[in-house]
Design a protein around this ligand. Sequence first.
Ligand SMILES: O=c1[nH]c(NC[C@H](O)[C@H](O)[C@H](O)CO)c([N+](=O)[O-])c(=O)[nH]1
Length: 161
Amino acid sequence: MAIGGLGQLDQEYDGSELKVLIIHARWNREIIDALVEGAVKRMTGLGVKKSNITIETVPGSFELPYACRVMGKSQLYDAIIPIGVLIKGSTMHFEYIADSTTKELMSLQEKINTPIIFGLLTCMTEEQALARAGIDEGHTMHNHGEDWGAAAVEMGIKYGR
Ligand SMILES: O=c1[nH]c(NC[C@H](O)[C@H](O)[C@H](O)CO)c([N+](=O)[O-])c(=O)[nH]1
């Protein structure tokens, strides 16, 4: 059995009744687009209707929690996948955004009674981010967006609306 992630589900799930919201940042757009594509592909592969996947965007990862809160208050979604790519620069900006956004996304779940999947890549280099989106030169890793899609289906069915 593979160690770690790979979005391995504990059982077969039928996502045909699920409604899922993806909110993605627009920084590092090529990587974001690959992650979103991976999440959508995995969810539709688990029966989620494309028409039941809503995709919204925000300027950057820092804006993800507030957008999740506003959209999540509607209680229209069984799960929410915020997707952002943070790549370490030469300042502390990365650390502050990564830490604050992560903590807020975690605590937001109780406030909106909706499972939120942790779709934030926090990478030291662009190469690391490309690899985790499955688009680096050697395709050295699987697309983590697929893991997030699988998690959204499981959490949405088990703990969603
Ligand atoms: O999503 C990201 N936002 C980033 N900054 C923007 C931030 O999320 C906000 O959009 C901005 O500060 C305006 O509030 C990033 N960096 O600064 O490096 C980054 O790597 N990724």
